[in-house]
Ligand binder design. Structure first.
Ligand SMILES: [Zn+2]
Length: 137
């Protein structure tokens, strides 16, 4: 059973819009995690940066996750499993040479854009960096 669509949530769309208007190009919802069928929200291929926008409830945000009053025995282990799967996803990606950036849906878009931009620019292959600079001038 699919509990909710994790794709195209409002915080994710806002972030994609902000990245796009900052001049970044990327792919969305790619299955690039080695060995498992899991989808990365935002992918910067040449820089090998993988970004996830995690919902505060579904991924157990320390600031906002509250134990549901109803069906706690169902939800608590489920959220714990989600968090464990996230850590496993991070490990698989890191091992394959990716930098993983996880964003909470509650984070301010402008802070997040800076964090992602720094990572992407630092990891961008040199030839591409030069090409990007030339096309701008
Ligand atoms: Zn949160």
């Amino acid at each position: 059973m699919q509990l909710q669509s994790r794709e195209n949530t409002h915080p994710e769309l806002a972030l994609r819009r902000a990245l796009h208007s900052a001049g970044f190009r990327f792919r969305v919802h790619r299955s690039i995690v080695p060995g498992v069928r899991r989808v990365v929200d935002i992918v910067f291929g040449p820089s090998k940066v993988a970004v996830f926008v995690d919902g505060c409830f579904w991924h157990g945000c320390p600031e906002h996750y509250r134990r549901p009053k109803v069906n706690g025995p169902y939800w608590n282990p489920k959220i714990a499993r989600n968090a464990a799967r996230d850590r496993d996803t991070d490990a698989r990606l890191t091992e394959a040479g990716w930098q993983v950036i996880r964003i909470w849906e509650h984070e301010a878009v402008e802070d997040v854009v800076d964090r992602i931009a720094n990572a992407v620019e630092k990891r961008r292959p040199v030839s591409r960096r030069r090409a990007a600079n030339e096309s701008r001038s």
